[in-house]
Design a protein around this ligand. Structure first.
Ligand code: AMP
Length: 434
């Protein structure tokens, strides 16, 4: 995958062994991404690595390939451990290890919260080569799973280190580091270099090679960014207009709150659009289910909070819509990074209302450019108004009803999706303009 005009490098030229070159080819990876081309040769020389790179840069391959190559040379159980801030990312990383290591029989275990701990202990009993874990759950297993330790570990990867530290895993990380041998290779990947990351780097890396895959807050050239200034009261109408204009594409719609993801998804489905919510409020099973439904193309609109804006590996999102403008400008970069990945083109549209202007201006300052207006003639947008208002009213009533029932039953997210599917069917109809 060529990035930003970088010359394409075949994996073989980086010193990757034939078995793994074949594995990359079977995944459709013909040439190395920038972070891979820069990190892999140093990693194969046995150096510690700090990689400044985001999801979408190919960073998983950048650490997985050298680890698997070392594993082929000296196979052993509990060879490497990757720490990830979120369950979804951990599962994706372990899937990439499995895909790359399929030909060499690599055994991986994902140790994440929200899934059955006993089953995970059984997996550990099978002595996997690679562990991918969230810090809390790894610590649980280190304390409670008999016979499990990281004493023989050769490689430790701290992925999305800035987020690992944001999410209060600091204490857990310390303990995990105390439980791993000093004689190990360490790779630290982070989207941003914060004070805490620098401190972590000093504490656990030795003479690392520093690699930067993208300049600090840039967005890629293949990304078309636009904004639309709109009155707050018509925001839903504009969203429906944009989604209808973009029908046939895959979209991620970002909202500020978990509740908004549910309400919007319900409203859009009431209008016949194939939307599905994902947020931190949902159970782990529901989150994975929603993600799989989106990946499989059953839904083409994913409504999410910033929890979903980083880490998740969703291969082809055509459009990112900022339904709510992020108050933290860096979240904008992470959100729009969900599209225009790996050389593809993508569109990002921000719907800015009168209360969000200050945050939007901060974003323009951060990315260093003024964005063009997204053309949406108001008279056309407002043709949706009656249907959108009615769909929203029905959705609010439904959420109140289901919320009440759920409280009595003690469920989490169940009910709403099923209710909608039963009531409206999984329709892919576009909402008709009046
Ligand atoms: P990551 O940044 O590791 O989450 O990877 C983002 C996406 O890029 C994943 O879907 C990978 O399968 C894909 N990918 C990683 N490396 C390559 C490559 N060298 N060529 C093409 N696609 C790649």
């Amino acid at each position: 995958m060529a990035e930003n005009g970088e010359e394409d490098k075949p994996f073989k030229e980086l010193g990757v062994c034939d078995q793994l070159v074949e594995a990359c080819e079977s995944l459709g990876w013909k040439t190395a991404s920038k972070i891979q081309a820069e990190a892999i040769p140093h990693a194969l020389e046995g150096k510690d690595i700090i990689g400044l790179a985001q999801t979408g840069s190919g960073k998983t391959g950048a650490f997985a390939i050298p680890i698997l190559q070392a594993l082929i040379d000296a196979p052993q159980a509990f060879f490497a451990c990757v720490l990830s801030p979120t369950r979804e990312l951990a599962i994706q990383i372990s899937q990439q290890f499995e895909a790359l290591g399929a030909g060499i029989g690599v055994k991986c275990a994902a140790l994440v919260g929200g899934l059955d701990q006993v089953q995970q202990s059984i997996m550990l009993g099978k002595r996997p080569h690679i562990l991918v874990a969230t810090p809390g759950r790894l610590l649980d297993h280190l304390s409670n799973t008999k016979g499990f330790s990281l004493r023989t570990l050769k490689y430790l990867v701290l992925d999305e280190a800035d987020r690992l530290l944001n999410e209060d895993f600091e204490k857990a990380l310390d303990e995990i580091l105390n439980n791993t041998p000093r004689e190990r290779r360490t790779y630290l990947f982070s989207a941003t270099m914060t004070k805490k990351v620098r401190k972590l780097q000093r504490a656990c890396l030795r003479n690392p090679v520093k690699i930067e895959a993208a300049s600090k807050y840039s967005t890629v050239d293949t990304l078309k960014q636009q904004y639309r200034f709109i009155p707050a009261k018509y925001k839903d109408c504009y969203l429906v207009y944009v989604l209808t204009e973009m029908s046939g594409s895959t979209s991620m719609v970002f909202t500020r709150t978990c509740d908004a993801t549910r309400l919007l998804a319900l409203m859009l489905r009431n209008l016949g659009l194939r939307a599905i919510p994902i947020s931190g409020q949902m159970s782990q099973g529901k989150r994975l289910g929603a993600l799989n439904q989106f990946k499989a193309g059953e839904s083409n609109i994913l409504i999410c909070t910033d929890v979903a804006s980083r880490g998740l590996d969703i291969p082809s999102v055509d459009v990112v819509i900022n339904y709510d403008i992020p108050t933290n400008s860096k979240d904008y970069i992470h959100r729009v990074g969900r599209t225009a990945r790996a050389g593809r083109s993508g569109v990002a549209i921000s719907l800015v209302n009168q209360y969000e202007l200050q945050w939007y201006l901060q974003i323009e300052k951060l990315i260093g450019k003024k964005l063009p207006d997204y053309p949406a003639p108001e008279e056309e947008v407002l043709l949706f108004l009656d249907r959108v208002t009615e769909a929203k009213r029905i959705s609010i009533t439904k959420i109140k009803e289901t919320g009440g029932k759920k409280k009595r039953r003690g469920d989490d997210e169940d009910g709403i999706d099923g209710y909608l599917d039963r009531k409206h069917g999984k329709s892919s109809k576009k909402p008709k303009r009046k």
